[in-house]
Design a protein around this ligand. Sequence first.
Ligand code: DAT
Ligand code: MG
Length: 147
Amino acid sequence: MEKTFIMVKPDGVQRNLVGEIVHRFERKGFTLAAGKLMSIPKELAEEHYGEHKDKPFFGELVSFITSGPVFAMVWEGEGVIGTARKMMGATNPAEAEPGTIRGDFGVQVSMNVIHGSDSPESANREIALFFNESDLIQYKKSVSEWV
Ligand code: DAT
Ligand code: MG
């Protein structure tokens, strides 16, 4: 089953949005495979955001994501990578539609509450950066036949 890496960023943790965000993914019908509160070491932040290393905002991005704890998760379900991106909304909260996580809770692009993988390749890469294979719990929810 498809999996994606989702992370509540330091601003989301500070603003008590972990429960709200977990709730949205649960209500949607996706299944939590792993989750942990953690501080991101600088080296992991630079690796995670490696695709942006030449962007002018890279330094600010790395210092923000390491500025406080994050809540890292793996969510599972049919089409979860693309659907999670829709649930998150546009990168810039000013452009994100109301009803999306960034549209409802974010103001500025540098503090946009949530990260989610943007492709199957980045999902695999990011899950492996943050979790061991043995952290991913496989189970069936009895409600799954209704979702
Ligand atoms: P996304 O998080 O929607 O996948 P991205 O991968 O293009 O967006 O960028 C990663 C993060 O970098 C993004 O969540 C916030 C930050 N960022 C992107 N563009 C930025 C900009 N122009 N100024 C400051 N931060 C930016
Ligand atoms: Mg991205």
